[in-house]
Write a protein that binds this ligand. Structure first.
Ligand code: PEP
Ligand code: MG
Length: 597
């Protein structure tokens, strides 16, 4: 593919967070920031309380119908993405919300809008304090849900349909997923927002409908004026205001190249990742929310390599009951079947603190505190309830269980004892229990790497969590921007550790996968394959690109490069070597195609 040269745009360039891979050029359509004003008043009679409860109920039904309409209006080929609206509907039906609003109306005697607003603020605050970008981004879903409910309680005649100019780029403070999906296709060609992030639901919808989007461009509404022309480059997160003729020409060419490329990779997403010399690598998806499952499958994910199960525990003031966990796991396992699902047991602690345990003590030395398997082995009631739900659900499809942060043999042995006890208990109760569920460990602590030969004898499979392995090996907080430049996946100690783990797994005759971010990198993914990784698991959006990248690679070449890279003495040396030798370095991708290294 003929790639245009790199281009440095002149003029006003704003930086935001790019969502998806598109370019849009068009006149701006500004949607003013709407801060919904919520009136609050006291209810002075039992009839008023009844009336407000009814209004809340009506708003729930109206909002659910609105999500259903938005979901049904998605084009057929994007039906997999309709799950975003299922997620919002699930949130809408969350009994925690209904109970809290009900209580505020009955006991605090405040009107329905104020009760919704206060409930939503409490939930959003809870979520926003969680130091996990993915989960934190859900707080904007909660906010949007609150706004939708409040709007639904308003006089319907107050809403007006805006008129969008042909080919315009919408600029807004924030949009809900339903609003994004209802932007008229064809007329609206791009979107920029001040709020939002890559993992927000609005971003998922924008990506699903192929709308080039840049989010998080804080302050941009202050400078934009009606009549401006914008270029939105979602690969780089760039917004160019009033570009010159050269910039327009450059981006028009890039737009055509990108479209051709995207068409090609989506068409091939379901082909297996078999290298040119016939070596197959499994490419799986990482799952945080059940609602992402259809997108993983639609993007060619061959299974779930990492199901992070923390989310259900973090967004509520009490522990989720076993029955609810079972139902969610059953749904995931059954919907993914015949694809395997790797359920990781709770990785609570560190940045993921239980709401009921959110104390100063729990937050101290987070990354080195009571986390993951250590937390579970000290909170047996919580662990047992999850294990019961997992082993009951595992009957409904191919399931694997993965223990996070294992650093000693005792941990895996103790976990096995608990699993056996749990399964026996379930059988005694006359329940069906899955047999022969493979039990694996995450390798993400240096101690596990040093001890890998022993651990590999106890485990049925290994999964390398490069995110934490880098954090703990290089002694730097993965969420701290001050040390982000030192967070080096190509650090020789990391590469040598990965190689060591894979070799130990091979010697023990068990499979080794990688589910940290390195599995999704344009350079690191082929390198991991060269080291001998059997499976790579990654966020759903990257699956088609990594599969394509591997289909364009020669296994023998990645092996030789991986071998040579291990000799590098510094991260820069290793990176430079891979960049200069890997023939698939562009994999036919257009310039600046955004994918991690
Ligand atoms: C990892 O550490 O690489 C990993 C996949 O786990 P998490 O990102 O959930 O900590
Ligand atoms: Mg981890």
């Amino acid at each position: 593919m003929n790639l245009p040269p790199p281009f440095v745009p002149k003029g006003a360039v704003f930086q935001g967070i790019g969502v998806g891979q598109g370019i849009a050029i068009g006149p701006v359509h500004i949607i003013s920031a709407t801060n919904i004003r919520v009136h609050r008043f006291k209810l002075t009679s039992a009839q008023m309380v009844e009336r407000e409860l009814e209004r809340f109920q009506e708003a729930l039904e109206k909002t659910e119908a609105q999500y259903l309409r938005a979901k049904n209006s998605l084009p057929q080929e994007l039906s997999g993405q309709a799950s975003v609206f299922d997620a919002l509907t699930t949130l809408l039906r969350d009994p925690v919300i209904a109970k809290s609003v009900d209580q505020k109306i009955r006991q605090d005697r405040i009107n329905a809008e104020a009760a919704v607003n206060s409930t939503i603020r409490e939930m959003a605050r809870l979520l926003a304090n969680i130091n996990d970008a993915h989960i934190r981004s859900r707080s904007s879903d909660v906010e949007q849900l609150g706004q939708a409910l409040i709007v639904a309680m308003r006089d319907p005649s107050a809403t007006q349909q805006p008129i969008f100019q042909e080919g315009c780029v919408v600029a807004a403070f924030d949009l809900s997923p339903a609003e994004v999906s209802s932007l008229p296709a064809g007329r609206v060609v791009g979107l920029i927002t001040e709020a939002g992030s890559q993992t927000s639901h609005a971003a998922l919808v924008a990506q699903a409908i192929g709308l080039p989007t840049v989010m998080g461009a804080a302050g941009i509404l202050q400078v934009l004026e009606h009549g401006d022309t914008l270029i939105v480059d979602s690969r780089e997160g760039h917004i160019i205001r009033n570009p010159d003729a050269d910039a327009v020409k450059f981006y028009q060419t890039s737009q055509r190249t990108l479209k051709d490329y995207q068409l090609e990779i989506v068409r091939s997403a379901h082909l297996p990742a078999v290298t040119l010399d016939d070596h197959r690598v499994d490419v799986f998806g990482n799952l945080e929310l059940v609602e992402e499952l259809p997108a993983i499958i639609a993007n060619g994910g061959e299974g779930i390599g990492l199901y992070r199960t923390e989310f259900l525990y973090l967004t509520r003031p009490e522990l989720p009951p076993e029955e609810e966990l079972f139902e969610v796991y059953r749904r995931v396992v059954a919907s993914a079947a015949p694809r395997p699902v790797t359920i990781r047991t709770l990785d609570l602690g560190a940045d993921k603190i239980l709401a009921i345990n959110d104390t100063e003590g729990a937050r101290q030395s987070q990354a080195l505190g009571l986390r993951a398997i250590r937390f579970c082995l000290k909170n047996l009631d919580i662990f047992r309830a999850q294990l019961r739900a997992i082993y009951r659900a595992a009957v409904h499809g191919q399931t694997r269980v993965l223990l996070p942060m294992v650093s000693s043999l005792e941990e895996i042995r103790r976990a096995k004892e608990l699993i056996n006890e749990t399964c026996e208990e379930l059988k005694r109760e006359g329940r069906r229990v899955a047999e022969n569920v493979p039990l694996g460990i995450m390798v993400e602590v240096p101690a596990a790497v040093v001890l890998i030969d022993e651990l590999a004898k106890e485990a049925d499979f290994l999964s390398i969590g490069t995110n934490d392995l880098i954090q703990y090996t290089l002694a730097l907080d993965r969420g701290n921007p001050e040390v982000s430049d030192l967070y080096q996946p190509f650090h020789p100690s990391i590469l040598r550790m990965i190689k060591r783990v894979i070799t130990a797994g091979q010697a023990a005759g068990i499979s080794v996968s990688v589910c940290g971010d390195m599995a999704a990198g344009v350079y690191s993914a082929p390198l991991l394959v060269g080291f001998g990784a059997d499976m790579l698991s990654m966020p759903f959006g990257v699956i088609p690109f990594v599969k394509r990248l591997l289909r364009m690679s020669f296994f023998e070449e990645t092996k030789a490069i991986a071998e040579e890279t291990l000799k590098a003495k510094t991260a820069d040396e290793a990176m430079a070597f891979v960049k200069s030798t890997l023939k698939t370095k562009n994999a036919g991708m257009p310039n600046n195609f955004r994918i991690a290294s």
